[in-house]
Design a protein around this ligand. Structure first.
Ligand SMILES: [Zn+2]
Ligand SMILES: [Zn+2]
Length: 439
């Protein structure tokens, strides 16, 4: 059977995050078509106790609220930091746990390492990569079903990110790299981008939302479909380890906040001006033409650098043999808001139409894997307007782009029915022009 998993989220305890409740998550999981959802922040003492008091074990290692079907997996993100080159590098890493017992033992070990556990996403301070390897190994030694997955690998806070860049994964995780089976593509990358990096041929690629709320454009905005004999923690982990990934549902990486290189508006010394570049247009020395500081290097440029340094031979667009099927989606609420010319994805009009569309298919995930003619027929008989139907089908077929693409922490702006050449962006906006809002 195929199940949709979204195994990276954050609770209300992670810094700067809104409240999140299991009830809201369950409603959103049902609408989005997510079968198994990561709890986020399961090491945090209060959230952990809340989960323990409200969830019951259903199958080996998966949990749900009493009497409900939505399955939760115990999950957190941690940040390993270590000296790399002249500075320190922080690398976000997802941890998945098979039991509350293994979570509690991990908390004890972290306490012993002097790790403060007051924010949802604890920092594990390490001297160097040998120390990272030792500390990660100590956690993995607790239970052989605990899984560590480098998170959003291409963003500045990911293992391949542009801050204190490294050439290979083992230059950060040391010998514990051998105990890592999968990496998370993150919003700014997908199997096409990661195929540029040769060492990833040996890893499964998974995709998660990294949601900080149950909002319909956040949770389930990326997910991984795995093939399992039956639903259980062990089976999901086994599928991830053995690359029995059926498909991933991805953001279009150009929407992700770090796709191209640049500096966003409102940065110090920028006012409303921003700049954004494709790799071949990045200014010499990576120097911002507006403020003179170093530009934030985007995912595309980093992936091409890693290809060169690792001796990669595949061109952009050629997929690694280890990659699986994937689709690029835009959250349906965003497609609907765009079609109605409404800015807010939580407006009553958008939500009502979203519910109507989702009711027709059972859940949102279903739509992205449905045939065009089926979508058209079913939505037309539910009296959904032509423009909404057209835009859903266009997005499903990849006939959309983000212009400009995301850069330096700014999401890309959706344009349905237009293509942007991401290899040919060279924008230095004038003072006061600001970024054009397209919807
Ligand atoms: Zn993260
Ligand atoms: Zn600048």
């Amino acid at each position: 059977m195929l199940i949709n998993c979204d195994l990276h989220s954050h609770s209300g305890y992670a810094g700067g995050v809104g409240q999140i409740s299991l009830d809201n998550l369950e409603v959103a999981m049902q609408k989005k078509g997510i079968d198994v959802f990561g709890t986020g922040d399961c090491l945090h003492p209060e959230w952990r106790e809340f989960l323990k008091g409200n969830l019951v074990e259903r199958e080996d290692g998966l949990f749900s609220k009493k009497g409900n079907d939505a399955r939760f997996m115990l999950q957190t993100e941690v940040i390993f930091t270590a000296a790399v080159g002249a500075g320190r590098k922080s690398v976000h890493t997802v941890l998945l746990f098979p039991s509350f017992d293994s979570v509690e033992r991990t908390c004890k070990i972290l306490e012993g390492m002097g790790v403060k556990n007051t924010i949802g996403r604890p920092f594990i301070k390490c001297a160097d990569r040998v120390d990272v390897s030792n500390k990660l190994s100590k956690i993995l030694d607790i239970d052989d079903k605990i899984e560590a997955i480098p998170a959003h690998v291409m963003t500045p806070q990911g293992v391949y990110g542009s801050s204190n860049p490294i050439d290979k994964m083992k230059h950060f995780y040391g010998s514990a790299t051998e105990r890592i089976s999968a990496v998370e593509t993150g919003l700014s990358a997908d199997p096409e981008i990661l195929s540029l990096i040769p060492e990833l041929d040996d890893f499964s690629l998974i995709s998660n939302s990294d949601a900080h709320s149950a909002a319909l454009n956040r949770m389930g905005r990326e997910f991984t479909t795995v093939e399992v004999g039956s639903v259980s923690y062990g089976n999901v982990i086994d599928a991830i380890r053995k690359n029995r990934i059926a498909r991933t549902a991805e953001f279009n990486p150009t929407e992700g906040r770090f796709f191209l290189t640049g500096h966003r508006a409102k940065k110090k010394g920028h006012g409303d001006a921003y700049c954004v570049f494709s790799p071949k247009h990045t200014p010499k020395g990576n120097k911002c033409p507006i403020c003179g500081k170093k530009l934030t290097v985007g995912v595309l440029e980093r992936a091409l650098q890693l290809k060169d340094v690792q001796g990669g031979t595949r061109e952009f667009g050629e997929l690694s043999p280890s990659t699986k099927d994937f689709v690029r989606m835009v959250p349906l609420v965003e497609v609907i808001a765009y079609s109605l010319g409404v800015v807010s994805v939580v407006s009553a009009k958008v939500v009502a139409l979203y519910d109507k569309v989702v009711d027709v298919f059972g859940n949102e995930a279903q739509i992205w894997f449905e045939k065009d003619e089926v979508i058209r027929k079913k939505l037309a008989s539910a009296e959904v307007s032509e423009i909404v139907i057209d835009n859903i089908i266009k997005v499903k077929n990849g006939d959309f782009s983000f212009s400009p693409a995301g850069f330096d922490g700014t999401y890309g702006k959706l344009v349905v029915g237009a293509k942007e050449d991401v290899f040919n962006v060279n924008i230095i906006s004038g003072q006061g022009t600001g970024q054009k809002r397209l919807f």
